[in-house]
Design a protein around this ligand. Structure first.
Ligand SMILES: NC(=O)c1ccc[n+]([C@@H]2O[C@H](COP(=O)([O-])OP(=O)(O)OC[C@H]3O[C@@H](n4cnc5c(N)ncnc54)[C@H](O)[C@@H]3O)[C@@H](O)[C@H]2O)c1
Length: 244
């Protein structure tokens, strides 16, 4: 049994990750400040006897996580425009101090580290579809920069920990993803569209079978999140995505 630390584990994607890891028999330490996540998303997980919840900001509580840590999946960050435009400083802290705390934890335990980044690192891209060798077209001072730049800094920090300390890192740039537990009306494209058709969107999300997360390959089409395949959680086509 492996023990995973999942930051942002009470959020939309993070809770599905926790669930997938628990379902395959692993232990999970979920670290979340519940700024946009929900206790409802993880309430059932305690029954497994392999789920721990640590409440607080990554940059405040990750240092106190003890015991064995085999891998750290770092998802904690405001993710929707509604959240990061309302909380610009917290967003920058999550991507800077928060990511550093998560990397430090992985380094201290010789654990693998996975960063959930975003297609927003391309900014307002001039190339479609974006490939991994495209560096983007980013405004570093606009209102949305708090999110884009926090993710770009997170990626740079992750790469630096890999080069400097040899931490086994992976970065995935997630494109628009939707599915169960996505908060209606949280400002993301699909979320807004689906507000009036929530149930229809949920049926589609359940019906379409794809790999976990799916949107690792460059695309801009909203992609349903589906845990129902037997694909290893945290594995898909991207070469930077570790197969844990
Ligand atoms: N959903 C998407 O389409 C999408 C697209 C690109 C990238 N991402 C990335 O995936 C990750 C998860 O996104 P999501 O859609 O599940 O969003 P979400 O808002 O549902 O989940 C984020 C979680 O992180 C927690 N959190 C935020 N800041 C924190 C902090 N400082 N300390 C501890 N917990 C904190 C929130 O409470 C929440 O539970 C994020 O890193 C996001 O940037 C998501």
């Amino acid at each position: 049994m492996r023990r995973y630390v999942v930051t942002g584990g009470a959020g939309f994607i993070g809770s599905h990750l926790c669930q997938a890891l628990l379902e395959r028999g692993d232990a999970v330490v979920c670290v979340d400040d519940f700024s946009s996540g929900s206790l409802d998303n993880v309430a059932d997980f305690a029954r497994s006897g392999r789920f721990e919840l640590v409440e607080g900001s990554t940059y405040e509580v990750l240092g106190s996580v003890g015991g064995t840590v085999d891998a750290v999946a770092h998802l904690a960050s405001p993710a929707s425009p509604v959240d990061y435009l309302a909380h610009p400083l917290e967003t920058l802290a999550a991507g800077s101090s928060g990511t550093e705390a998560a990397l430090r934890l992985a380094h201290a335990h010789g654990a693998r580290f996975l960063l959930s980044s975003t297609s927003e690192v391309y900014g307002d891209p001039l190339v479609h579809p974006q490939q991994e060798n495209y560096w983007g077209n980013v405004n570093p001072i606009g209102p949305r920069s708090v999110y884009d730049e926090s993710k770009r800094f997170s990626e740079a920090l992750t790469a630096a920990y890999r080069r400097t300390y040899g931490v086994d890192t992976g970065i995935v740039r997630i494109f628009n993803t939707y599915g169960p537990r996505l908060r209606p009306g949280d400002g993301r494209v699909v979320s807004n569209q689906s507000r009036s058709t929530v149930m229809a969107a949920r049926r589609v999300a359940f019906a379409i079978s794809t790999t976990w997360y799916g949107p690792c390959s460059p695309c801009s089409t909203p992609t349903p999140l589906d845990r129902s395949t037997s694909a290893t959680p945290l594995s898909c086509g991207s070469r930077s995505w570790p197969s844990w």
